[in-house]
Design a protein around this ligand. Structure first.
Ligand SMILES: Cc1cc2nc3c(=O)[nH]c(=O)nc-3n(C[C@H](O)[C@H](O)[C@H](O)COP(=O)(O)OP(=O)(O)OC[C@H]3O[C@@H](n4cnc5c(N)ncnc54)[C@H](O)[C@@H]3O)c2cc1C
Length: 647
């Protein structure tokens, strides 16, 4: 990397599925595209995704009758009515096309095998004859919170297969990728974004990338939970930090944090929901299937927030298996048999063998809920355009688009990366054709200079202050114990105090290694303050939201409160201000009125306004929060009331 200033039409920050899919769309439209990535794209976190990608293709017997409207309905219910329903509709409609397109890119989807097949459904072995006509079509497996089998999968390596195929397409199109390069600050004037200042992780040198359009596709922020996450070490939320630091681009629903029921204990490596989808059980220390009592209808396949809470409660009640590393429960997939485990769940078999030395065909798997997914992120409109900042877009887990609301359904995230990647890529391509690269290079160099000075300050600081990894570990302990599955005002207040103090500690922290170039400690130090700011807004957002919705569960406010909290948290915090500012916007147009999800509690506080009234003033209200106009008029994608025929 030698140039100090690079210019391009489209800059995509992030080489995961969302970023690369977006880059393909913009490049295919004839634009010059540059992808920046902390790691080589194929090592992006998307590669770790296992179980499947939701799309209503309806190819096997248990998927018969499926359609995008049912998928839309499941997604809205899964979100606990926190989702933008128009976005959920766009997503469900476009997912089948995006998934089939992946087959053309080369994804080796597991296929329907016509004739007799054996499955495990609700604890029983069942033989089903798949139609010979459907032989060879993309197969589905069951996942939590869905009415039909809908998850398309490639064994238990769906993300790996998808990312390699999409990255091959990036290579085929000749898109430039700069890996081991990190975006560290947006170049902007308060209302228009012109690219980023970036840091080369090999040399420590900073440079500017100026672009007509910039896309944040940096994945989630699970690492604010330290080791208590299934996320890769690169998921430190830096895209959200880039946006937050502007002070004008808000983040949405940061308190909506998903805990996955089955992470391996104690390492936290994920064991896919596909295990339960294929018929696996959860057992307590007495070998009892507690989920059958807790959720007689959906059992182990209620949504993740519901299953995680039942598991946490089961362990709180003393029914977990005690170990020196804390309690866990068991996942039992022995009955699926070795052939199934070494084919359809091959990666799970390997993970169990390689990381805990057990054979899941013979042994129980120790599991417990762990932080997994960030529903919150850079708040964008349905085109993927960030609030308040022309030329800035976001897609994938980094964005709050917001089709997941307060709980993402399993398999809906991989699908979101490719659906949003396609759609936002198209919008970016349109945007770029109507604009020119009209930026003063002095602005870009000033941004680079500030970034260089930040790195220099870290290198020059000496004394006996705390180490950056000590601060990180303290942040993780606070997040997991006080901003976890069950939340209370006391714990969240304590978390706010702890995290705010840690944020101040960053200014006194010192590095052990003073190398200016390839220095992981320095690279991490440069991210730490941003991570703590994300942690603070997560804790404060959770403290302010005095209700329970999806994954946000307040034991002191256990009911969903549609009268007061049918809204999205919006937070801004410029890097030169000491406190964040919170506000609340309507979730979006409501087509499906709030009701029971079909699992979990049916108790809630009903909304008092009519749907017409709620929908009426919504556009102006969201515009007041900074939402930019979209290419299609509001509501154009909703098929009003069509869902009612499906229930
Ligand atoms: C273990 C695991 C299994 C999962 N399984 C499933 C599943 O079966 N089905 C499903 O739907 N979902 C699953 N998910 C969720 C899903 O994998 C992710 O939500 C999705 O892959 C995120 O893709 P992304 O493109 O948004 O981000 P990522 O794949 O996380 O990519 C982020 C990219 O941003 C880059 N980056 C980050 N910060 C910067 C920066 N500052 N500058 C430059 N580059 C940067 C990184 O290098 C990386 O290339 C799983 C998640 C985990 C943790």
């Amino acid at each position: 990397m030698s140039a100090r200033l690079i210019s391009t039409d489209v800059l995509v920050i992030g080489g995961g599925l969302a970023g690369e899919r977006c880059a393909i769309e913009a490049a295919a439209a004839g634009h010059d595209v540059l992808v920046l990535s902390v790691v080589p794209p194929r090592r992006s976190h998307s590669c770790a995704a296992q179980g499947g990608m939701q799309a209503a293709l309806g190819n096997c017997v248990k998927a018969e009758g499926d359609n995008p409207t049912l998928h839309f309905l499941d997604t809205v219910r899964g979100s606990d009515w926190g989702a933008d329903q128009e976005v959920a509709r766009i997503f469900a409609d476009e997912a089948p096309v995006a998934v089939r397109e992946l087959a053309h890119f080369g994804v080796p989807w597991t296929r329907v095998r016509g004739g007799r097949n054996s499955y495990f459904i609700r604890g029983e072995r069942v033989d089903i004859d798949e139609s010979l006509e459907n032989d060879g079509l993309i197969m589905h497996r069951d996942f939590g919170g869905t009415a039909k089998w809908r998850a398309c999968y490639a064994a238990a390596g769906t993300g790996h297969a998808a990312l390699y195929a999409v990255d091959s397409e990036v290579v085929r199109l000749g898109i430039t990728v700069r890996d081991r390069a990190e975006a560290v600050e947006l170049i902007h004037d308060g209302s228009r974004c012109w690219g980023v200042a970036a840091r080369c992780l090999r040399t420590g040198r900073h440079f500017a990338v100026v672009a007509k359009a910039t896309v944040i596709a940096t994945g989630g922020y699970g690492r604010i939970y330290g080791q208590y996450t299934t996320n890769a070490t690169i998921n430190e939320g830096m895209g959200a930090v880039l946006a937050l630091n502007t002070g004008v681009v808000p983040l949405g629903n940061m308190e909506a944090v998903q805990f996955h029921p089955t992470a391996l204990a104690p390492s936290g490596i994920l064991v896919t929901e596909g295990c339960r989808g294929d018929g696996g059980f959860l057992l307590d220390k007495n070998m009892h299937r507690f989920m059958v009592d807790a959720e007689p209808e959906k059992q182990e396949l209620a949504s993740r927030d519901v299953v995680s809470r039942h598991m946490a409660q089961c362990m709180r009640d003393g029914n977990g298996i005690e170990t020196p590393f804390g309690p866990h429960l068991w996942l039992d997939i022995r009955h699926l048999g070795e052939e199934h485990l070494t084919t359809k769940l091959r990666e799970v078999f390997d993970i169990c063998r390689d990381f805990v030395g057990l054979n899941p065909a013979n042994d129980l798997i120790p599991v417990r809920p762990t932080q997994h997914y960030s529903m919150g992120g850079v708040r964008v409109n349905k085109d993927g355009q960030a609030y308040n900042m022309a030329g800035l877009f976001a897609a994938g887990e980094a964005a709050c688009w917001d089709m997941h609301g307060f709980n993402r359904l399993g398999g809906n995230s991989l699908a979101e990366t490719i659906v949003a990647g396609r759609l936002v890529g198209r919008r970016v391509a349109e945007f770029v054709t109507t604009t020119s690269l009209d930026v003063q290079t002095s602005r870009a160099f000033e941004t680079v200079k500030r970034a260089e000075q930040r790195a220099q300050h870290w290198l020059e600081r000496s004394g006996s202050g705390p180490g950056v990894y000590d601060i990180r570990d303290a942040m993780a302990e606070s997040m997991m114990s006080e901003v976890g599955i069950f939340r209370t005002a006391d714990e969240l207040t304590q978390a706010d105090h702890t995290l705010s103090a840690l944020l101040l500690d960053c200014d006194n922290a010192v590095l052990r290694s003073k190398a200016p170039g390839m220095n992981p400690e320095l690279s991490f130090a440069l991210r730490l303050k941003g991570m703590l700011r994300l942690a603070v807004v997560t804790a404060r957002g959770a403290l302010a939201r005095t209700e329970s919705r999806g994954a946000h569960f307040r034991t002191d406010y256990p009911l969903r409160n549609d009268a007061e909290w049918l809204n999205r948290t919006v937070v801004r915090w410029s890097d030169d201000s000491t406190q964040p500012t919170f506000s609340y916007e309507p979730v979006g147009l409501i087509d499906v009125p709030p009701g029971h999800r079909g699992y979990g509690s049916d108790e809630r506080i009903e909304m008092k306004r009519t749907i017409e009234d709620y929908n009426g003033g919504l556009q102006e209200d969201q515009a007041d929060h900074g939402r930019l106009p979209t290419t299609e008029p509001a509501g154009s994608r909703i098929r009003w009331g069509e869902w009612a025929d499906q229930t």
